[in-house]
Design a protein around this ligand. Structure first.
Ligand code: ATP
Ligand code: MG
Length: 508
């Protein structure tokens, strides 16, 4: 007991001496000298330490330090599960559904990279004065202090910081809402060629009704693409990929683009060709797109007359495309004209040297009429994958039934399922048409299924009677309208027409 009392007394006297020394030094030494001696003391201590320290300050002069933001995001990704962090701050950005964890002031967290242990500390101090009268800085000076063993510094520092930057941009993209950009001449005149709005399309690969195997292939292809930086680098290819989606209206081409964007977490640039006055403007638009994005041109066959836009800007006239085999066409020679937009300009946009001014970009073209597209757009290497979005098959119908009614194929019972299967294969209806029937009756499953069966059978009968569409993916709106007209014609009228033309109705 007496011993403990003694040790308390000596501790108190030690503290008293230290306090006296500090006050004495403060009185005797001028502040500048104090500062210098502290610095020297620190330096001496650092010489004996086996660690080195790096400060990542929030502000770099008057500019925001990107690395600080990246470190903050990166640490937040594992702060909540790390055993070394004792106190966390929680934030949620506007329009975001994600809560972000962060290190509280002066708390620290451990991390391991390539087997090397490091430590981060979040240092927060009050700012003494505003260095810039033009730009107000935060009241607090914040920084992250990185502690690495001296022997590990050269081994990991650069690669670790690169890794953090990459990770942070992934997290940012996943946390943020995706954007859809569109171009217009009025924006261009204001110096902002793309205008963005939040992209909230709910389509995903789960809700997309199509053959599951085909769907798996596409998802795998996208996954490989997104993770393929090293592959593209090694093979000397630009890190981009082209998809051509073709098929009749209402088969899910636009839904597929939305599903791709949601799957990869990419933004969408919806390029309106009719708003692009020339090849050079097209190139400028391309230069202002970001990486990790999908550049979409919908209805490529009819959005613009690529060879002579001034005459017929909206005419769907594929035969008037400039000939890609003609001299200078695809190379952008004579056609690379500043006042017009040409097929060669478009090909350069997707394929030429300028297409590589960013990386990790996907080009998607859609069309209802693949047969009308210029072969130059279809040649291998240009559009890497041609995806036919066709009429609704039974596996696709099962997905729609699950989407709208919450029932699986097996819930229908064997008879209804096989009836539906037979009818849907013969009906050749689009997922959009089938969705309409299901949405209308979604509160009553039995009614929905029976009405769907009725509609499918009626369509199947009609197809059998008047001929189905020749080839699934060649069908188009015009064809369907004609078919509808034919369905309304009397059999005599049909026979007369067949006799006159010498051809069958469905071969026309
Ligand atoms: N494969 C599909 N899976 C799920 N829903 C689909 C599918 N196809 C069409 N739909 C439904 O039909 C609607 C129209 O589809 P979408 O706009 O994707 O068709 P599209 O092929 O782009 O048509 P268009 O050629 O006229 O542009 C969608 O909102 C969606 O609800
Ligand atoms: Mg569409």
């Amino acid at each position: 007991m007496a011993e403990r009392k003694e040790s308390w007394t000596s501790l108190a006297s030690l503290l008293g001496t230290l306090a006296f020394c500090q006050t004495f030094l403060q009185l005797v030494l001028p502040p500048e000298l104090r500062h210098v001696s502290l610095k020297l003391l620190n330096r001496a201590l650092r010489c004996f330490s086996s660690y080195c320290y790096f400060d990542v300050t929030e502000m770099d002069g008057v500019n925001t330090n990107e690395l600080y933001n990246a470190v903050q995001l990166y640490l937040s990704s594992f702060a909540s599960t790390s055993a070394s962090a004792s106190r966390l701050s929680l934030t949620r950005a506007r329009n975001s559904s994600v809560t972000t964890f962060g290190l509280s002031s002066n708390d620290s967290i451990a991390d391991v990279f390539d087997g090397v242990a490091v430590q981060w500390e979040h240092a927060v101090t009050q700012r003494q004065s505003q260095p810039s009268p033009w730009r107000a800085l935060p009241d607090e000076k914040r920084s992250f202090k990185l502690r690495i063993r001296k022997r590990d510094k050269d081994l990991i520092l650069n690669s670790y910081l690169d890794y953090i930057m990459g990770k942070a941009s992934d997290i940012r993209r996943n946390n943020q809402e995706r954007l859809i950009y569109t171009n217009s001449r009025s924006n261009e005149s204001r110096g902002r060629p793309w205008e963005a709005v939040p992209f909230k399309h709910p389509s995903t690969f789960d809700t997309l009704a199509m053959d599951p195997e085909k769907k798996r292939d596409i998802m795998e292809d996208l996954r490989d693409f997104a993770a393929g930086q090293a592959f593209y680098q090694r093979t000397g290819r630009a890190w981009k990929r082209g998809y051509l989606l073709y098929g009749p209206p209402g088969t899910g081409k636009s839904s597929m683009i939305a599903a791709m964007a949601n799957f990869l977490g990419y933004d969408i640039y919806d390029l309106e060709l009719t708003e692009v006055p020339s090849n050079s403007e097209l190139r400028k638009l391309l230069m202002k797109t970001s990486s990790k994005s999908i550049i979409v041109i919908e209805d490529i066959d009819c959005s613009v007359n690529l060879s002579n836009r001034s005459k017929a800007p909206k005419a769907p006239a594929p035969q008037s495309y400039s000939d890609p085999d003609a001299p200078d066409a695809a190379s952008g020679g004579k056609d690379w004209n500043n006042n017009t937009m040409t097929l060669s300009g478009l090909l350069n946009f997707t394929d030429g040297l300028w297409s590589c001014c960013g990386s990790e970009r996907i080009f998607v073209f859609t069309t209802n009429h693949i047969e009308k597209l210029d072969p130059a757009l279809l040649r291998s290497g240009r559009m890497d994958m041609h995806i036919c979005m066709s009429h609704c098959s039974y596996p696709a119908l099962e997905i729609l039934l699950d989407n709208y009614l919450g029932s699986k194929g097996e819930d229908l019972g064997e008879v209804a399922a096989s009836e539906l299967q037979e009818a849907v294969e013969k009906a050749k209806m689009t997922p959009a048409d089938i969705s309409e029937v299901l949405i209308k009756n979604r509160r009553n499953k039995e009614k929905a299924v029976s009405e769907l069966l009725e509609v499918l059978k009626a369509r199947a009968d009609r197809n059998e009677k008047y001929g189905g569409l020749r080839e699934e993916c060649k069908s188009n709106r015009v064809e369907e309208e004609e078919q509808e007209k034919r369905a309304l014609e009397s059999p005599e009228e049909v026979r007369d027409r067949e006799d006159n033309s010498g051809k069958k109705v469905e071969d026309q």
